[in-house]
Write a protein that binds this ligand. Structure first.
Ligand SMILES: NC(=O)c1ccc[n+]([C@@H]2O[C@H](COP(=O)([O-])OP(=O)(O)OC[C@H]3O[C@@H](n4cnc5c(N)ncnc54)[C@H](O)[C@@H]3O)[C@@H](O)[C@H]2O)c1
Length: 294
């Protein structure tokens, strides 16, 4: 059955060339998804050095794919050849879809969208990978909010299939469908939702992980046993403490604060234990210590 069954929709706009703004953790992963799926892709970074770093990240992941037999070295070379780097937003002028993945700061994202609005074709779809900001407020920085949507990938973007396709207040059906269709063609599992705080997954996961952390103290549970409880009792592939270490304690605290600020539910506020871990520099895997040592 067509994924669009039940929706009244126009055929999705054809997307051939993709721009990715920011080749950090998420942007490099999104650019990798795009080139692997066969799309010409322009990656924009603030400096040539950071651009090269993004390319190296993609090369490393693709090399791993070759080592594991998931792709041939010819396929890797072809994918890498589809990526061009630039430091100029002007070079995204002929992209049909631009996905923004810069720092999670509203003024910065609005500035990027203001420039993208000037340099890209009026019918290009502009997407933000924001986790916690309002897509509608980002879209309002452009003169074409009907062509702006959210495309929320999950980390690591080349590995996790889900992409939340976020409909902002003014997003048109055509823009939402074009983003959905592109994500599906890129091998992802897109789902649609409105522009509400946390979208789908984070709206549910953030307070749930906070509950798990509060139960550690309330019920005097060791992190290992909490993880044992949820992997064995609920079939989670990874326990909540291991997951928090993977996400990064600082990233989770920031996301909790953002959701709490918008929705005000006490469960959404970061638990004291996590705030203390953050100030001690125990950020999880990336710092070598969190709930576990690495
Ligand atoms: N990391 C995650 O798990 C995750 C998951 C989903 C969505 N996101 C969202 O993706 C976006 C990027 O997050 P990330 O984790 O890749 O961050 P990151 O720190 O790895 O990358 C940030 C990017 O922003 C760019 N940047 C910094 N200052 C800039 C400026 N002044 N102008 C233009 N570009 C600038 C950097 O060069 C870099 O490319 C954020 O909106 C974040 O909320 C992150």
């Amino acid at each position: 059955m067509s994924p669009f069954a039940g929706y009244s929709r126009v055929p999705p706009d054809e997307i051939r060339k993709v721009g990715v703004v920011g080749l950090g953790t998420m942007g490099a992963g999104i650019a990798q998804v795009s080139v692997q799926a066969g799309f010409e892709t322009v990656g924009r970074e603030v400096s040539a050095e950071l651009g090269e770093r993004g390319r190296k990240t993609i090369e490393r992941y693709l090399a791993r794919g070759v080592d594991k037999g998931r792709m041939s070295s010819d396929e890797r070379d072809a994918a890498l050849a589809r990526l061009t780097l630039t430091t100029e937003l002007d070079d995204l002028a002929d992209c049909d879809l631009v996905i923004e993945a810069v720092l999670e700061e509203l003024p910065l994202k609005r500035a990027v969208f203001g420039t993208l609005d000037e340099v890209t074709r009026p019918d290009a779809v502009l997407a933000t990978n924001t986790s916690a900001l309002s897509v509608t407020e980002i879209a309002e920085a452009t003169g074409r909010p009907d062509r702006v949507v959210g495309m929320h990938f999950f980390n690591p973007a080349p590995v996790l299939p889900l992409v939340e396709i976020v409909r902002a207040r003014e997003s048109s059906d055509a823009a939402v469908d074009a983003a959905y269709d592109w994500a599906a063609r890129a091998g992802k599992q897109p789902v649609r939702c409105n522009d509400t705080p946390g979208f789908i997954v984070n709206r549910i996961l953030i307070p749930l992980l906070n509950d798990c952390v509060r139960v550690l103290d309330e019920a005097d549970v060791a992190p290992e046993e909490m993880d044992k409880a949820l992997t064995n009792g609920l079939g989670w592939p990874l326990g909540p403490c291991a997951l928090l270490d993977l996400i990064g304690i600082d990233v989770h605290v920031h996301a909790s604060d953002a959701l709490h600020g918008k929705l005000g539910e006490p469960r959404m506020a970061p638990p004291e234990r996590l705030v203390a871990m953050q100030s001690e520099g125990k950020l999880g895997r990336k710092s070598g210590a969190g709930f576990y040592s690495y």
